[in-house]
Structures are given as structure tokens and as C-alpha cells.
Write a protein that binds this ligand. Structure first.
Ligand SMILES: [Zn+2]
Length: 596
């Protein structure tokens, strides 16, 4: 047995030699590239390094290899040949065993200012076949600069248990503003890496971040990370935003007005720390960074994330009921505006995302969008499960069960688990719902589902005279084209001054009397002779009026709903725990912070 023991020892020693890749990134203000150095232990055999072609969370090919230049390598301090194998791969030729020092430049596209946000996949290469090794990350920065990210700090750098974790923690670098808070034992940093920070109410941002931390900690019964970083770039806008989720951080384009949609984006990205990052389908990690993953679950991982991002803000009274209803309407209308919903299932929208954009992926879905479609599927399944179990179970419980099966670094879930869990809770009826709404294309039965919680979804169609462009009768009394046509035949602010020989009159205003007469003439089917003022010019135009249609949607409470139905809606709103009774606010409708 001695021989066996010896060989085990040799293997163990070899394994120790291969256990870590050290990264060092040098950033210089004003430079147009960063310098990356990797120290790779080697046994003398050739080593292949690769740059990812896509980033987890964004399912499209990005061709980062085009920005990688000057790849060189040393073995035992001697320069060795590096061969480009293909777009994404470089091979360091064999030689002496010991450390390989690989260096390359990553072009940034423009000169680096005094702040930089460095994402992992686009900038840091990996050693092929060795992504499970420990990593360290250090920076050489100009005097006065600092860095922050979700990775554990050790010494003067960061450590990660493997490459997947390393690159799922983008780094904000430079001279930047931060705010800090600690809740539930977890230190949070709010780092502003871009935009005009003075435009945003930082106290309000801290307040929203804290609320999101508290409400999600409550919903999930604990936080899954040891630290968390909100990386923000401020955009000059009243509402909205964009974001990308990471393991223990997020990168968000934050509208300076901090509208309700902006808070929704923040809650969405934080929710991803569970749903998609840790509760993930098997295809989503470990990754092949050169090929887009094939998973049919993005309707759940993205769409349902967005559904819960909004539902939780409503439950915890950051949103009021009207706003929640408006989100339901918006997602239903966006989903139904796409005719492809009759041809592509929510599952296929996700599974085939890599086929979108001529095989480059689009991070939104093949044929139909898995965000809004998944949102509506989530709503329908949630209500169905509540109805099937008399309120005993909901989609909350499906998420909790998946969390049990995925947490603490367990492997991802098999995609049929979502169906199985729902059937376990709500019976075969839930299987039918899943097979119909997730696996097949078609219209989602929103009206029927909402009635199960006492809401009536009402669409009313109204017709209008369509001139081919929108007009507005402004407070200055002029009737103008409010949006020009693409062919430039009509331009924004063209003013209509005469209709069928009837002029607007001597003064600048279109009087109510004239407006009434004009409207009488602007009937569908009519042909109008218009005089139009564009600058100093008067143009003559003939327009055939068509019949346009718009749909108004509202969600109305059913006054005649049964006590059971009302109880189901109450459960949907309150959730299983403290939802609906937030401890940080008095009850009642909450108003958003409007002042800067
Ligand atoms: Zn998302």
C-alpha cells in the first residue's frame, strides 16, 4: 500500500500547486486601456486562457475579445510564445514549470476619467479548465483612488473561491462618493460610479435601499450574502432605470428623480440575489462563457422576479394599489401587443433566446419578451395556486421550496421542478396550468385569473379620427403636430392654420368655435384640405382621415365578490408574513420623496 500512498501524496502536492490564479489590474487616469496581469501556476504544459463572450444576466454575445490587445507571457521570467487559437482563446506555449505571468491590455473605448466601473466577464480572462481554482484580485491605482466590490477583502486585495464568483462582482474604482448602512448584520455600500451625483437625493436613495433590504430579508427569512454593494450611475431622468444583477452586488442606471419605476428596478436587482443568482436552473452555472446558456426558465428567473419586485413593494406599502394595478395593466398590454405570443411559448422565448438577433441573443427573449410575458405568467400561476389551495399556498411557497433546494451552493434546479412543486401543492390542475401557460403559446387568461381575487380587468375600445399623426391643441391656442411622421411629410410643431377653407381667424388662437367646426370636419372617411404653417412657409396638404382605435384598460374591484375571493386577494396583498404591515412606516398610502 506504500506505493498507493506515495501517488496520493504526489497528486495532492500537484493539486496544491494549481490552486490559485492571481489577478492584478493597473488603472491609469487618462489611459484608454487597463493593464491586466495574471499569475498562473503551471507544470510546464501549454496553458490556454480565454475571455468570456457573454456575461451572466445578459444573454447576448458581446465579443469582448475585440478589445483585448498585446497578450504576452513569461515563464520563469522568460518570454514565451503566445498563440491566438481563435477569437476568444490564447495559448501560452509549454516550457519550464512554475508561474506563468500573462499580461494583456483591455481597451476601454475612451480615456479613463477619475472613476471606472470594471465588470468581470468583459475584462478578466480565465484559464481554460481551471475556473474552479481560488482567485485573488489586486489593483494598482493612482494616488487617492480606492475600489469597492462584493468580494471578500483580504490584505490589500480581494479573494474569490473561484472564477465564477470573481467575475460576478464588478468593481467600482477611482474617486467616487459612497454611503453605507448595516442591516441584519450585513454591511451595504452605495457606490456612485457615474453620472452627476449632485442630481440625486442621496438620503432618499439610502432610505429606499434600506427598505428593500428589510422587506426582502423579511420575505426570504434572511440575507444570502455577507456584504452587498449597490453600484449606481446617475441618469438625468424622472423615472426608470436599468440594472444588472450580481452575486452580492448590482449595477444600476439610476434615474435621478427616483420615480416608482426606479425603485422597482432596485427591488428587482436585489431580488435576483436569490432568484437567478442562487435559485437558478442547472444551465445557469457553472457556465460555458463562450456559448449562450440554454434554459427555458428565464420567464421565471426574470419575469417572475419582476412580478415579485412589484408585488413586494405593494405588499410592504411602498407602492399603492393604483400603482400596482397600473403595473399589471402595463405588463398585460405589452404582452398582448406582440402577435408572436400566439406562436412562441414563454418557455421557448427563454430557451431560444440565443437564436434572437441572428444567433447573437438579445437578453429579452426569442419572439416574445420573457420579462413582461413572465410577469403575467407569474401573476396567473400565483393566483391559480392560491385558488387551487384555498389560499394555503401561493407562488411565494414555490420560491421558498426552490430556495430550500438551491441555497448554500447546491446545484441548480431541474426545470421541471417548478411544475412538480406546484403539482405537489395544488394538485394536477397546476400541472395543466403550467403546461398551457408556460409550455404552449397562446393568450394568458388574465381576466379569468384576476376575477379569482376579485378584480375585473376591463378593456374599452374607443375610436378617434386618425390624421396619420398626432395633433395637440396647446395652451397657446395653436393646433400643432405633436410628433412628426417618419417620412418628414409632417414635422413636429407644424401648425394647422386652415381646414377646408376655414381659417383659424385673425388672431393667433384657434378659438373653441373654430375648433368645434374643424373637429366636425375631421371625421373618419373625410378628405381634408389643410393649410399648414412651417416656420415662415405656408404649405398645402390633403389628408384622408382614417378611423383609429385605442384601448383603455382599468382594473376594477368586484363589489359582489364572495368572502372567499376577498380573502384570496387579502392573502395576495399581505403575503404569508409581515407584508402589508411594514414596521418602518405608519399605515396608509405612502408618498414618494419628491424634493431633492
Ligand atoms: Zn433581471
Amino acid at each position: 500500500m506504500r506505493l498507493g500512498l506515495t501517488s496520493t501524496l504526489v497528486l495532492a502536492l500537484a493539486a496544491v500547486g494549481f490552486c490559485r490564479v492571481d489577478y492584478r489590474v493597473k488603472v491609469v487616469e487618462g489611459a484608454t486601456a487597463i493593464d491586466v496581469e495574471m499569475v498562473i501556476p503551471s507544470d510546464g504544459k501549454p496553458v490556454v486562457v480565454q475571455i468570456p463572450n457573454w456575461a451572466p444576466g445578459s444573454y447576448r454575445l458581446v465579443e469582448s475579445f475585440k478589445s483585448v490587445n498585446e497578450v504576452t507571457a513569461l515563464r520563469a521570467s522568460r518570454k514565451v510564445v503566445v498563440n491566438r487559437l481563435d477569437d476568444n482563446s490564447w495559448e501560452v506555449s509549454g516550457g519550464m514549470s512554475g508561474d506563468i505571468v500573462l499580461r494583456y491590455q483591455r481597451a476601454m473605448g475612451s480615456a479613463i476619467g477619475n472613476r471606472l466601473h470594471m465588470t468581470g466577464p468583459a475584462n478578466l480572462m480565465y484559464v481554460k479548465g481551471r475556473v474552479k481554482e481560488d482567485c485573488t484580485l489586486k489593483f494598482d491605482l493612482p494616488a487617492g483612488w480606492r475600489s469597492t466590490c462584493g468580494l471578500e477583502v483580504k490584505g490589500d486585495g480581494y479573494v474569490a473561491p473561484d472564477y465564477d464568483v470573481l467575475i460576478d462582482n464588478p468593481v467600482t474604482i477611482g474617486i467616487f462618493e459612497s454611503d453605507f448602512y448595516e442591516l441584519k448584520g450585513v454591511k451595504h455600500e452605495i457606490a456612485y460610479y457615474g453620472g452627476d451625483v449632485s442630481q440625486v437625493n442621496r438620503a432618499a436613495v439610502i432610505d429606499y435601499c434600506k427598505k428593500i433590504t428589510l422587506l426582502q430579508d423579511d420575505f426570504w427569512s434572511g440575507l444570502p450574502f455577507k456584504k452587498y454593494v449597490w453600484h449606481f450611475t446617475v441618469m438625468n431622468a424622472a423615472d426608470g432605470g436599468w440594472g444588472l444583477e450580481h452575486l452580492s452586488s448590482t449595477t444600476i442606471g439610476l434615474a435621478s428623480g427616483l420615480g416608482q419605476g426606479t425603485v422597482g428596478v432596485m427591488n428587482h436587482e436585489y431580488f435576483h440575489a436569490w432568484n437567478v443568482k442562487r435559485i437558478r436552473s442547472k444551465a445557469l452555472g457553472p457556465f460555458d462563457y463562450l456559448v449562450l446558456p440554454k434554459t427555458g426558465a428565464l420567464w421565471m428567473l426574470e419575469g417572475v422576479t419582476d412580478y415579485y419586485a412589484h408585488l413586494l413593494l405593494y405588499r410592504y406599502q411602498v407602492y399603492n394599489e393604483d400603482y400596482m394595478k397600473s403595473r399589471i395593466i402595463r405588463n398585460v398590454r405589452t404582452t398582448r401587443a406582440n402577435a408572436e405570443r400566439m406562436n412562441v411559448s414563454p418557455y421557448d422565448s427563454s430557451y431560444r433566446v440565443g437564436e434572437a438577433a441572428n444567433g447573437r441573443g438579445n437578453s429579452a427573449g426569442f419572439g416574445v419578451n420573457y420579462y413582461n410575458t413572465g410577469w403575467v405568467v407569474g401573476l396567473c400561476l400565483d393566483i391559480e395556486l392560491r385558488d387551487a389551495t384555498n389560499g394555503k399556498y401561493s407562488f411565494d411557497d414555490v420560491l421558498y421550496q426552490l430556495w430550500e433546494e438551491c441555497k448554500d451552493d447546491q446545484s441548480g434546479f431541474e426545470e421541471h421542478r417548478i411544475r412538480e412543486i406546484m403539482v405537489e401543492m395544488g394538485g394536477e390542475r397546476m400541472g395543466v396550468a403550467y403546461d398551457t401557460w408556460v409550455m404552449k403559446p397562446g393568450e394568458l387568461p388574465v381576466e379569468k385569473q384576476l376575477e379569482k381575487i376579485g378584480y375585473r380587468f376591463i378593456e374599452t375600445e374607443t375610436t378617434f379620427a386618425d390624421l396619420g399623426f398626432p395633433v395637440s391643441w396647446g395652451t397657446d391656442g395653436r393646433l400643432v403636430v405633436s410628433r412628426g411622421t417618419r417620412d418628414q411629410e409632417w414635422r413636429t410643431n407644424d401648425e394647422i392654420v386652415e381646414v377646408n377653407g376655414m381659417a383659424k381667424g385673425a388672431d393667433a388662437h384657434v378659438t373653441e368655435h373654430v375648433w368645434e367646426d374643424w373637429r366636425e370636419m375631421m371625421k373618419p372617411g373625410a378628405t381634408l384640405k389643410l393649410k399648414v404653417k412651417r416656420g415662415d412657409e405656408i404649405l398645402e396638404r390633403t389628408v384622408a382621415v382614417k378611423e383609429g382605435k385605442t384601448v383603455d384598460t382599468l382594473i376594477e374591484e368586484m363589489k359582489d365578490a364572495s368572502a372567499r375571493v376577498k380573502a384570496l386577494r387579502e392573502g395576495w396583498f399581505r403575503g404569508p408574513k409581515n407584508g402589508g404591515s411594514p414596521w418602518w412606516f405608519p399605515r396608509g398610502r405612502l408618498l414618494f420623496v419628491a424634493d431633492k
